[in-house]
Design a protein around this ligand. Structure first.
Ligand code: COA
Length: 272
């Protein structure tokens, strides 16, 4: 689904990580452009990380909402694995992004335009993804970013939290059916709007194709069950979802996963 954008040919994948982590990440990825490894020990990468953090703050509503502090980027994103995304040379970065990120006049390095953060879990090959954002919305960049991150981490499954109202569900569900594990987790900044999910990821080759933009969807089989168009504004339906899970039933979101409606949105689910 790669679309012709003026910046398309200049998008370069990056990973921000540590010198020690290099040996544990899958850095030999057959991407269209070579992967740039930015080590935090190299102080010349500090400005890039500042921009990355500003971009994340912008995407997640700032420090009072879900924007992550710089120390979280380091402690939870960089140190356990790496922060993965795409960047552009400044001369090919849309001016509105340069303005929005308040890029310093003295800085002439690349500008991050997307980011994924995931850290390893106690379960082998399972990643806890805790941040995804894209400044170039609607061109498949978030999908490519998440796919690239999964390849670099060597992940086979992924857990995460998202909100019923977040169109990012359309991105996550491309990687496979999203099983709802926890409905409205009490421990969250927005508990009423959120759910915890898990995805079994496509084969590495498919993920590489998705990272390059040549594949849009993974190749997982869809779960069987009763289809349900779920309206998160409907408390009866929220209650039904909650009870179904409490009774040991399983629920998945399946493609396209999320759709805007006149009143709000609906989620495409299957109940076992
Ligand atoms: C959500 C987000 C990551 C999408 O990034 P993106 O680069 O546009 O994503 P992609 O192009 O890979 O895929 C986007 C899909 O979602 C749809 N989409 C993205 N934003 C949308 C919006 N605001 N409303 C409706 N649909 C939207 C796109 O149309 C596309 O679907 P389709 O091709 O099946 O029609 C981006 O808008 C963002 O950074 N949001 C703020 C941070 C955030 O909420 N992150 C998610 C945390 S779980």
């Amino acid at each position: 689904m790669k679309q012709d954008q003026p910046y398309e040919q200049h998008l370069q994948p990056y990973v921000v990580t540590t010198r020690r982590n290099r040996d544990h990440l899958n850095l030999q990825v057959d991407t269209d452009h070579s992967l740039e490894v930015l080590q935090i020990e190299d102080e010349s990468n500090a400005e890039f990380c500042e921009l990355l953090n500003r971009s994340n703050q912008d995407a997640f509503g700032g420090p009072q909402d879900m924007g992550m502090p710089l120390w979280v980027l380091l402690d939870c994103g960089v140190l356990p694995s790496g922060v993965v995304g795409f960047m552009l040379p400044q001369e090919h970065t849309p001016p509105e992004i340069i303005d929005k990120l308040d890029v310093d006049e003295d800085y002439d390095g690349p500008v991050p335009v997307s980011e994924y953060c995931g850290c390893p879990t106690v379960e082998d090959d399972c990643i806890s993804g805790f941040s995804l954002h894209s400044q170039l919305v609607g061109h498949g960049i978030a999908t490519r970013t998440k796919a690239l991150a999964m390849v670099i981490y060597g992940a086979r499954s992924q857990i995460g939290v998202t909100q019923f109202y977040n169109p990012a569900i359309r991105v996550h569900v491309r990687f496979g059916a999203m099983e709802v594990l926890t409905h409205r987790p009490a421990v969250h900044t927005h508990p009423e709007d959120s759910f915890v999910y898990r995805v079994e990821l496509p084969a590495r080759k498919t993920l590489v194709n998705m990272a390059n933009g040549s594949d849009v969807f993974g190749d997982s089989t869809l779960p069987e069950g009763v289809g349900w168009e779920f309206d998160p504004d409907n408390e009866m339906q929220q209650g039904r979802l909650s009870r179904h899970l409490q009774d040991g039933g399983r629920v998945w979101l399946i493609p396209p996963g999320w759709r805007a409606t006149e009143e709000g949105c609906e989620l495409h689910m299957v109940l076992e």
